[in-house]
Design a protein around this ligand. Structure first.
Ligand code: GLN
Length: 201
């Protein structure tokens, strides 16, 4: 049994839970504290409001615990706001360089709210290296402008205004997608995370 945690502080926690529940051999666990974090083999940081999730991570004293587990190899998946939290460098389309609490574990440069407002949300299929074609919902999504060091952009889409943009990246045990695969019900990204976890068991 692979225990996959979903950071349950804010955002679309239940959508990930429901999707993971349907995968055989997987037990989804909602993680709210260090004790539940210690029990999981992988972790999902869901979409939501990255500022709020980041503040709650700090308030609950979870920041160091998450970073420590990621550094020791626990597979982690950030979706949308989750990608923002993983990034080393974050800018906002409106306000520029942000001053919000981040985990800063992944060498990616992310632009927050790159597509504009909620009404500019859309669905698109993305070809992701090693994962395949994934259907994702882009909801006030960020984009991945750059990856360096061991981080690599592994998925791009062509946007009518922004051109070719990075929407998925990987760095060792860390996977970041700027869209929501849990909303379209496509489980390929989660299966990839689970495979990474199995590889360590
Ligand atoms: N715009 C949100 C943020 O900056 C992310 C949106 C999402 O997770 N759907 O945190």
């Amino acid at each position: 049994m692979v225990r996959v945690g979903i950071l349950g502080l804010q955002g679309d926690v239940l959508e990930h839970y429901e999707l993971l529940k349907e995968i055989e051999g997987v037990e989804p666990v909602i993680v709210k504290d260090a004790r539940s974090l210690a029990l999981v083999d992988a972790l999902v940081i869901p979409g939501g409001e990255s500022t709020t999730i980041g503040r709650l991570i700090e308030m609950r004293g979870l920041r160091d615990y998450i970073i420590e587990r990621v550094r020791s190899g626990m597979p982690i998946l950030g979706t949308c706001a989750g990608t923002i939290l993983l990034a080393t460098r974050v800018e906002d389309r409106e306000v520029g360089e942000v001053r919000q609490p981040l985990l800063k574990v992944m060498d990616i440069h992310v632009l927050r709210n790159a597509f504009g407002r909620q009404k500019d949300s859309f669905e698109a299929e993305v070809d992701i290296e090693s994962i395949g074609r994934v259907k994702g919902a882009f909801i006030r999504a960020p984009i991945i402008k750059k990856a360096w060091g061991k981080a690599k952009i592994i998925g791009r889409i062509k946007h009518p205004v922004l051109g070719k943009i990075g929407v998925a990246a990987i760095q060792d045990n860390m996977l970041a997608v700027v869209f929501h695969p849990e909303i379209t019900g496509d489980n390929k990204v989660h299966l990839f995370l689970i495979d990474m976890a199995k590889g360590r068991m």
